[in-house]
Design a binder for this molecule. Structure first.
Ligand SMILES: [Zn+2]
Ligand SMILES: [Zn+2]
Length: 141
């Protein structure tokens, strides 16, 4: 068992090794808040972030975090203003829109095929994609 500091209140507690790093008290609160937000969104599809925040008294930061973690998935979260981190398109949950997810998966796939004879080191995904594009442009010239 890991001993950690709760990310909410800073209390030291025994971390079970999975899920958010929250002490039992904050975890319970987190779950209650999550249930509240989810229920509110089910009853009010398309509600804006501010409306959800006012009605549930849960911070917008938390709601965004749940959306990005794909923990909070609403049938219509278009009002929440979540944007794809790559192209800025409106999305309902997660960090990327479907197009960008597919693009990245494809580029990553291409990259992996070439990787073994390139170099032994494993680069972070973003850098690899940049390299790939540069090489592609250079070849075209
Ligand atoms: Zn706590
Ligand atoms: Zn996108």
């Amino acid at each position: 068992m890991d001993v950690r500091n709760c990310t909410e209140c800073g209390t030291i507690f025994q971390y079970p090794g999975f899920g958010s790093v929250l002490c039992p008290v904050c975890r319970k609160k987190d779950e209650e808040e999550f249930t509240k937000v989810k229920a509110f969104l089910n009853e009010n599809p398309g509600a804006t972030l501010q409306v959800v925040c006012d009605a549930t008294e849960v911070s917008t930061k938390k709601i965004i975090k749940w959306l990005k973690e794909e923990r909070l998935v609403s049938k219509d979260a278009s009002g929440l203003g979540l944007k794809c981190e790559r192209c800025g398109a409106s999305i309902c949950y997660g960090r990327l829109c479907a197009d960008c997810k597919r693009d990245i998966a494809m580029e990553y796939g291409l990259n992996r095929k070439k990787a073994p004879d390139d170099s032994g080191e494993s680069k972070p995904l973003e850098f690899s994609i940049k390299d790939q594009k540069m090489r592609f442009l250079n070849r075209k010239k």
